[in-house]
Structures are given as structure tokens and as C-alpha cells.
Design a protein around this ligand. Structure first.
Ligand SMILES: [Zn+2]
Length: 203
């Protein structure tokens, strides 16, 4: 999807883009702990664009049912001072308007594909139909075999508007539970890196 289309869509959805602060999550009855993102993360614009395209394609696949939720994984390398995401992997998934599921067998296949490129599977990304991108009750269990500091990123509006990390809710697995990371900690510690920096263009 091109940038003008995303801007147009964003304008259409603007009135409901941000769920009011403090409002109860739509898809959740259990409490969702809030905290700060631990660590520093880098993700390329290419990974963001590929993820938006893939997750949108799940929505389009269910267009006659109001759109389907979609899912992707990010693979990369954990280094001493930061984690770098370098590839989006799109699994075969069971999807509908209200849920998206990946089997353990399929996850193993995705993990093997990443490891062939010497990358680890370090984050799960999935979409929600509406504006609320906080973990639903089921999302806590949707991530198979979570590990400390793993990320679960949820995109609102089927991921159509995903351009920066501000367009997502970032959750991190901390001390055995999923924590919704504050917008400020995500802004400060998760950078989207352009794949090209043309220094001939004035800033
Ligand atoms: Zn969800």
C-alpha cells in the first residue's frame, strides 16, 4: 500500500485510532500489566513494509467476512547492546475475523527457516480488526514458547496503517508474563532504521 493511501486511511480512521487512555481493553477481561520496554531494538523499514503487506494480505483474504486477522514473525540477531530485526517471516495460519492461529508444527518450520539464515525468531506480530491493539485474553497464549524479553507486537486496523512503532502496541515477556510497554519506552528504545541514507539530500 502506498503512502498516500495509508494517509487517506489514517484520516478516515483518525477518530477512533487511539483508544481512550484508561478505557477497558475491548478483547480482555484479565488485567494487563503495564511497564517499560527492556533493551534496545532496531528494525528496518523493509521489515516494517513487508510486515504491513503480509498482514494486510490476511485481511484481504477474508474481505467478505469483514477482514481476517493476520500474523508474522520477526527474525534477527540479539547482540550485547541491542536486538536487530532483519527479516519478516509469514507463516501458514488458520485465520478468521476474530482470531489467527499458527500450529506448533508450522512454528517449527518458520523457526528452521530463520535458523538457516542464522537468525533467531525474536518477535511475533499479529493484527486486530479494530483500534484496540492491546493483548486480548487469548493473545497471552497465542505466542508459543515465549522467552524472556521476547516481543509480541499487535497492529490495530488489520495492520493497514503500520508505518512506525507508534502505530503498534508492543508487549514484552518479562518475568513470566506479558507486559504492555509504555509508548515512551518504545519511542526511546525501539528505532526504525531506513535501509538507505542518501546523504546528498539535505535534512
Ligand atoms: Zn490479538
Amino acid at each position: 500500500m502506498t503512502r498516500p493511501v495509508i494517509s487517506w486511511l489514517r484520516d478516515q480512521l483518525e477518530h477512533e485510532f487511539d483508544p481512550p487512555e484508561g478505557e477497558k481493553p475491548r478483547y480482555r477481561t484479565k488485567s494487563l500489566p503495564k511497564g517499560e520496554l527492556h533493551g534496545t531494538f532496531l528494525v528496518t523499514t523493509g521489515v516494517i513494509q513487508a510486515t504491513r503487506a503480509a498482514v494486510s494480505s490476511f485481511a484481504h483474504a477474508g474481505v467478505y467476512e469483514g477482514g481476517h486477522e493476520g500474523i508474522a514473525y520477526w527474525a534477527g540477531r540479539e547482540m550485547a547492546d541491542c536486538t536487530v530485526f532483519m527479516q519478516a517471516l509469514i507463516p501458514v495460519a488458520d485465520h478468521s475475523n476474530g482470531r489467527v492461529m499458527v500450529s506448533e508444527l508450522e512454528l517449527s518450520r518458520v523457526r528452521r527457516a530463520a535458523s538457516r539464515d542464522r537468525l533467531g525468531l525474536l518477535a511475533q506480530i499479529h493484527s486486530h480488526p479494530g483500534p484496540d491493539a492491546r493483548h486480548s485474553d487469548g493473545d497471552d497464549d497465542l505466542v508459543l514458547m515465549p522467552f524472556e524479553n521476547m516481543l509480541s507486537i499487535v497492529l490495530p486496523h488489520f495492520g493497514f496503517l503500520f508505518e512506525t512503532m507508534a502505530d503498534a502496541c508492543v508487549h514484552q515477556f518479562q518475568a513470566g508474563k506479558w507486559v504492555l510497554c509504555s509508548e515512551k519506552s518504545v519511542r526511546d528504545q525501539m528505532r526504525v532504521i531506513s535501509e538507505v541514507a542518501d546523504m546528498r539530500v539535505a535534512e
